[in-house]
Design a protein around this ligand. Structure first.
Ligand SMILES: Nc1ncnc2c1ncn2[C@@H]1O[C@H](COP(=O)(O)OP(=O)(O)OP(=O)(O)O)[C@@H](O)[C@H]1O
Ligand SMILES: [Mg+2]
Length: 313
């Protein structure tokens, strides 16, 4: 199962130009990828509508997982409005743009946030990403896959939206968490994203997170409502991975640049995030969940960056 997927991944790796090929002489990309990604769970955190808490979930889920002893790398892939570093309270000296332009190694760009938790940051407004040649991008992909292999989890915080590239993005990781809030636009956009993701990769693990709900009951009702819609129109219900309640302390924690799990561990949202982490770990027992990383996604980062946020919120 894993090997088949690896082969698919490698076959979508795209043409390699002469420069990249010579740089990798004696180092076949396929071997690097297949040996590197088997042990790392790659979870993309996305949403249809913007501003529903993707970064908040990525940062705090990352910290909650790290506190169970897992090694976690959060990758800020929102090239338009990168801000995971702000929510984490770190000031990275380098970003993925520096890695891609050869200013530093990927190791230099990965900053430690907490015990077992690291961040690979991005720079905001990096529209020039689209100018990167395929050789550089592919080298970056290889660097990232190699770096990620040292972690148990790679959490990818992506830009909002359901643009044409999202299916490639979603395709890239075997697990997708779609975050939504209880507002008609958020539900509609979450449905559109779920539909795209499901059609692109029906075998992936696709789950939802209800955020900013007043109560767990409201979250459950929202989850059932969404399940009703997807059942009716797609013939499938996506499991709810977690419900996170609204609390003004989240705003305070973001202003303090300190994740709520650390800033106010006794609050409702922090508790909810810990439960989300526990559910995430439990699902790790299912072998179908682990499918590795598809390098094609990272090829698409440039396109995502060039389209601003790609979001519609
Ligand atoms: N559970 C919550 N309770 C209260 N406020 C919340 C909660 N979750 C998120 N927020 C608020 O929502 C705002 C947006 O969160 P965040 O930046 O994580 O969203 P996002 O989906 O990553 O946005 P973007 O689409 O711009 O990347 C935050 O400033 C935060 O204050
Ligand atoms: Mg965000």
């Amino acid at each position: 199962m894993l090997m088949t997927d690896m082969k698919e991944n490698i076959s979508t790796y795209g043409p390699v130009d002469d420069q990249a090929a010579s740089l990798r002489a004696g180092q076949p990309a396929g071997r690097i990828l297949s040996s590197a990604i088997t042990g790392t769970r790659c979870i993309t955190i996305a949403s249809g509508k913007g501003g529903v808490g993707k970064t908040f979930v990525s940062v705090n889920l990352g910290l909650a997982l790290a506190r169970t002893g897992a090694k976690v790398l959060v990758f800020d892939a929102d090239l338009g409005l990168a801000n995971a570093d702000i929510q984490m309270g770190v000031d990275p000296e380098y970003t993925i743009q520096d890695v891609i332009y050869g200013n530093c190694s990927i190791g230099d760009a990965i900053v430690q946030v907490d015990k077992n938790l690291s961040l690979l940051a991005s720079s905001s407004g990096s529209v020039e990403m689209v100018e990167i040649g395929s050789a550089r991008r592919q080298m970056f992909v290889e660097d990232l896959v190699r770096a990620a292999s040292a972690y148990d989890y790679l959490l990818i915080d992506v830009a909002a939206g359901i643009g044409p590239n999202i299916s490639s993005f979603v395709n890239a990781s075997s697990e997708l968490l779609v975050v939504l809030a209880n507002e008609p636009t958020s539900i509609m956009d979450a449905y559109s994203l779920l539909k795209l993701a499901y059609k692109a990769t029906p075998s992936s693990s696709i789950m939802t997170v209800m955020n900013m709900v007043v109560s767990i009951d409201e979250g459950e009702a929202l989850s059932q409502r969404l399940a009703g819609i997807t059942k009716r129109f797609l013939g499938v219900e996506f499991p709810c991975a977690g419900i996170v309640v609204f609390d003004h302390m989240v705003g305070n924690s973001i202003r303090a640049r300190n994740p709520i799990v650390r800033y106010a561990p006794g609050t409702g949202p922090a508790q909810c995030i810990r439960e989300l982490a526990a559910a995430t770990i439990r699902k790790g027992g299912m072998s179908s969940a682990v499918r590795g990383i598809n390098p094609e996604m990272f090829e698409r980062l440039a396109d995502m960056g060039s389209a601003g946020t790609g979001g519609n919120g």
